[in-house]
Design a binder for this molecule. Sequence first.
Ligand code: PLP
Ligand code: COI
Length: 340
Amino acid sequence: MQNIDWGSLPFGYYPTYYNVRCYYRNGAWGELEVSSETTINIHMGATCLHYGQEAFEGLKAHRGVDGKIRIFRLDENGKRLQSSCDGIVMPRFPLEKFEEAVIKCVKLNADFIPPFESGASLYLRPRIIGTGCRVGVKPADEYLFLVFATPVGPYFKGGFMANPYVITRKYDRSAPLGTGVYKVGGNYAASMRAHVEACHGGEYACEFYLDAKEKKFIDEAGAANFFGIKDNTYITPKSTSILPSITNKSLMQIAESLGMKVERRPIAEEELATLEEAGACGTAAVISPISRIDDPESGKSYTFGDGKPGPWSEKLYNKLRGIQTGSEPDEFGWNTLVEI
Ligand code: PLP
Ligand code: COI
């Protein structure tokens, strides 16, 4: 194992040994290739560079309490990448190849999987980019799949700590029938101005978007889904413009198994005032409890709890982390064990 100050790792890039690549040429995906290069050589007219034809994923490998390595919901991330490919007309990457590539990347970089006690994990970033040259707006004929690994700490300040968030009304991240349901770069490009302007360089952890049509319902944060809790019920938005978060899907199942009710439905902004707890959830965010959501443009502010993570959020977090790290049984069959 590498000698790294694992407990202080930010959510950023830390160089590792290898990445795994695969090229799509002449209508077919080739063999997986291992590379130690951190750069890629592509045509300057590649569709990913000017038309944003690219999709990516984010998933984690955890070193467990028992020393074993587990990748969380590998198949779900592979399926979502296929859905993103459909959404922006790229060839689907076969599921078995996706799983093989990610497992290979974890094994080759096993020295960088943080120890259990650190709370850090190995983040995997698979993506597919259009590499074929086009000047007119149409899909490329060549693509590159690439996955790299990097050890990461918490995405939001303090990890499992309550942070303030802010609603942005000035900008939309995605349209009701747009690409919000796909994990494509364009959604993140569309969020950067809102993030920089609304978050004031760190005063808020992240910006929340309202639905683009009516500006009435909570959609999601720039990098995570939203959930609220009241009356022993886990409530999360149903919307055609948000990413179907795999963490959120898992939390809904965990919530039910803990005896909570689960509701997936539109959440009007005013309903925030009635919630007992609120959180942002995602692979990078895990569960990031929310202390307050400000809506500066309407002058409203919503506070949750006493500035500490609420009891249900804590239970959900412990169960999720427990399953990911092997201290709780994998009752839903979510982990892929990796033999090093
Ligand atoms: N929403 C957005 C916009 C995201 O970028 C992410 C991160 O992947 C999520 C939600 C959470 O999704 P998941 O739990 O699958 O990581
Ligand atoms: C993730 O949670 O994996 C994400 O991709 C969110 C963000 C870092 C873009």
